[in-house]
Design a protein around this ligand. Structure first.
Ligand SMILES: [Zn+2]
Length: 462
């Protein structure tokens, strides 16, 4: 929530934190992060999108078990900012719950279409309770059933993220209670994080991740609530890497903090890469959203329209723009806006958008944020050098459906060798039919798709 805050690019660009390593080129916030190591990648072979399809994904913020975060967060926000009219809405008239029947309906609709993305579980939503212990207002049995639904229906297709601890008040991680101090400096969304170190942020992230671990919800990434860590993004990136590895041993931690709706690239940023040749290579990936919440708003009170994503005649809109750039097109919404106090307005907008993008494009690939992160980490961090009859690869991370494009003579076919064993490759008729273990020819080039395993492999033309 507080989406404007996600776009406060100035906050970090003048933080002056880019001191060593390779900084990201371009504008805005990303310039403050450190890319870290990059291996050699020779010309003549290009890693393209997985299966030559454009990744699409759906980021859901402010979801949790049962609690309608908008109902409970609004009074805490309005107390923090008494002058802000957008926090004076009649929250007490809104339902306190977003029921599991709706989670089921939404989750089943998405599962039927293999829709993938990220679903937040705010661990201690607006201080109402703790998803691993007790949610006052609901029975333990209801909480347990709600967690089971998330595990069984959502987790196969959705990454689960904490959106810090409460999304409202800052918690003293030693006691599990909010600090007695009040005001924006003591709210997760606003300035508490300013000046905090990697260690301090790691402690806070670990507190949040551990609640989800106790609740049986494994995570590979985190989402920042509103302006959380807006002025300490390099520290946030490193704290994500540390905490997600410490609590869940995830190989490629990722975070969602930024969305861009203009000309900036929205490809994921692979940051703090190091030890690529060691036994424990590491990096963290910043996954970038490409839309605003044009579904139903953070509070479920701002009716959006599908047209901003893609118009009825399928010709224009933000999703069209980003998909045509071949960059991952990741939509962003808030769970109260999808439910929309029971009218499901945001969900209906989403259904229309899904229908329209699939009528317009036949080369989309729904992916979880963790899948997109792994793909980009492998794409940027796999060393690719020239070898006899082709190319040698040295990958710090395995990667399903790794897809490359290279020039080939009409009489040449690819041969993929991993651990000295040849993997059979099947010729398919077009890039749309690519999956792992296949290749196709297009003019003077071939596309080859394979499951890249960690370590050394070779792609030869024979
Ligand atoms: Zn949020």
């Amino acid at each position: 929530m507080n989406h404007s805050r996600r776009q406060f690019l100035t906050a970090v660009s003048h933080a002056g934190l880019c001191s060593a390593g390779t900084a990201f080129p371009g504008t805005g916030l990303a310039a403050a992060q450190i890319a870290g190591e990059r291996p050699e990648q020779v010309a003549g072979i290009e890693v393209i999108n997985p299966c030559s399809r454009v990744p699409v994904s759906f980021i859901i913020d402010d979801s949790t078990c049962l609690v309608n975060l908008a109902h409970y967060a609004m009074p805490q926000f309005s107390e923090t900012w008494p002058q802000r009219l957008d926090y004076q809405k009649p929250w007490w008239t809104w339902p306190r719950e977003i029921p599991d029947s709706f989670v089921r309906k939404f989750g089943e609709w998405c599962a039927e279409r293999d829709i993938r993305g990220k679903y937040s579980i705010v661990p201690q939503p607006a201080c109402v309770g703790w998803v691993d212990r007790e949610l006052p207002g609901w029975s333990f049995r209801q909480l347990d059933a709600s967690l089971k639904l998330v595990r069984e229906l959502l987790m196969p297709n959705w990454d689960i993220h904490p959106e810090m601890a409460t999304h409202t008040r800052v918690i003293d991680t030693k006691t599990g209670r909010p600090y007695p101090d009040r005001g924006p400096d003591w709210m997760e969304n606003w300035s508490w994080t300013t000046g905090k170190s990697v260690d301090q942020l790691t402690d806070y992230l670990m507190y949040s991740l551990t609640i989800l671990k106790n609740a049986g919800l494994p995570c590979e990434g985190i989402t920042t609530p509103g302006g959380f860590a807006g002025r300490v993004v390099p520290e946030l990136a490193q704290a994500t890497l540390r905490s997600v590895r410490d609590v869940f041993n995830a190989e490629i931690p990722h975070y969602f903090k930024f969305l861009y709706t203009g000309k900036e690239s929205v490809v994921p940023r692979v940051e703090y890469a190091r030890g690529l040749k060691s036994a424990s290579p590491e990096c963290v990936v910043s996954v970038i959203g490409c839309t605003g919440d044009w579904f139903g708003g953070w509070d479920g009170d701002e009716a959006g329209s599908p047209d901003q994503f893609i118009t009825e005649d399928l010709t224009t809109g933000r999703m069209v723009e980003v998909i045509e750039r071949s960059e991952p097109a990741i939509m962003v919404c808030h769970w109260p806006g999808i439910y929309f106090n029971g009218t499901e307005h945001g969900f209906n907008v989403f259904k229309t958008v899904v229908d329209r993008i699939h009528r317009r494009f036949d080369h989309l690939k729904w992916m979880k944020l963790s899948e997109i992160s792994r793909y980009w980490a492998a794409k940027e961090l796999t060393e690719i050098s020239v070898s006899a009859n082709g190319f040698a690869m040295d990958a710090p991370f395995h990667c399903p459906e790794f897809t490359v494009r290279l020039a080939a003579q009409p009489n040449q076919a690819p041969r993929f060798i991993q651990q000295e064993a040849v993997t059979p490759m099947e010729l398919v008729s077009s890039p749309l039919n690519l999956k792992a273990g296949t290749w196709c020819r297009q003019d003077a080039e071939i596309f080859v798709c394979f499951n890249l395993s960690k370590g050394k492999s070779r792609l030869e033309l024979v």
